[in-house]
Ligand binder design. Structure first.
Ligand SMILES: Cc1ncc(COP(=O)(O)O)c(C=O)c1O
Length: 308
């Protein structure tokens, strides 16, 4: 098989909206290497967009999948629950700052977890508005897309975004935007447009990924924490991309001297399988009524956490 032949079939069969960066059709992968259908070997720096943090086919991940496949594939935790959903939640509760004061809930993808973290913040505070940052990326569903701080290619042509989402510039030295500029913009907005008493949450990536790999300055994290404490706003760290040691620490927030109230995770959490989680403060995580959160596939049969 040739890459060019498959590529032609792909053009005829698959929606143009799914953008593609390469025409290297993968045949197999091992640790950091991939081989395409023509037998060419590559070093994989993309890692499934920051997913296979321990490399392709890590032996513990493969063993966990094999073991689970021999038992059952799917029962839906909301119908017939299983113990390892709870076991993984306990580990995440302990791993995210806050420890025993945390609870967790699982869904399937990064965008889905972003949707849900906003639901949690809204029901816990009884407020509608959300503050996000320019250049940030939070997924392609309607709330994820609305929170994303980039029009092209994510929002362009897709109609009305979710209401009550406000963007603030993200401090980046290279762009001459300081933490002071970001906070001044936010405070201006609090005077002109947005009553802080209507704000449920502020969401940010501790290191912007899609936005260009920019780490949030420590002062920004402190200022956001203080602002959230002053106005009763929920501080959300979107660690979908930065989580699971991509920045050296288990979570990027571990490098800062303040913590978020809620943390979203996906990607590296399950080493290549669709699993996502929100972990955070009990009083927020318990705000929703039973049945208000969930989904058919949330909490994959055996969560294949790479650090087990
Ligand atoms: C910070 C962040 N949030 C959310 C998402 C959306 O995740 P998914 O593509 O699994 O929906 C991504 C994906 O790149 C991300 O980097």
């Amino acid at each position: 098989m040739l890459n060019a032949d498959i590529s032609k079939r792909r053009d005829d069969a698959i929606s143009r909206g799914v953008g593609m960066l390469t025409q290297i059709y993968v045949d197999r992968a091992e640790n950091s290497e991939v081989w395409d259908v023509e037998g060419t070997r590559y070093i994989d720096f993309a890692a499934g967009i920051a997913v296979v943090n321990t490399g392709h086919r890590h032996k513990k991940v493969v063993a966990a999948v094999e073991a689970q496949l021999k038992k059952f594939t799917h029962t839906c935790h909301q119908i017939l629950p299983y113990e390892n959903y709870i076991g993984l939640a306990e580990r995440l509760n302990a791993a995210v700052s806050g420890g025993t004061e945390n609870k967790t809930f699982f869904v399937t993808t990064g965008a889905e977890v972003v949707e849900n973290v906003i639901k949690i913040a809204r029901i816990a505070t009884g407020r509608p508005a959300v503050i996000a940052f320019g250049g940030g990326f939070h997924g392609r569903t309607f709330m994820g897309m609305s929170l994303t701080g980039k029009v092209a290619p994510y929002k362009q042509g897709f109609g009305a975004m979710m209401p009550d989402v406000y963007h603030v510039p993200f401090p980046i030295d290279l762009h001459d935007v300081t933490t002071e500029d970001a906070m001044a913009a936010l405070n201006k907005s609090f005077k002109a447009d947005l009553d802080p008493g209507r704000v449920a949450a502020t969401i940010f990536e501790p290191v912007q990924g899609e936005g260009g790999f920019y780490a949030a300055p420590a002062e920004l994290m402190r200022e956001i924490r203080a602002l959230c404490d002053t106005h009763g706003i929920v501080m959300i760290a979107d660690e979908v991309q930065t989580g699971f040691a991509r920045t050296g620490n288990l979570f990027a927030m571990d490098a800062y001297d303040v913590s978020a109230d809620l943390t979203t995770m996906a990607k590296g959490l399950a080493g290549g399988f669709p699993l996502a989680a929100v972990t955070g403060k009990v009083e927020l995580m318990d705000a929703a009524h039973p049945g208000g959160l969930g989904g058919t596939y949330g909490g994959l049969r055996r969560p294949m956490l790479f650090w087990t």
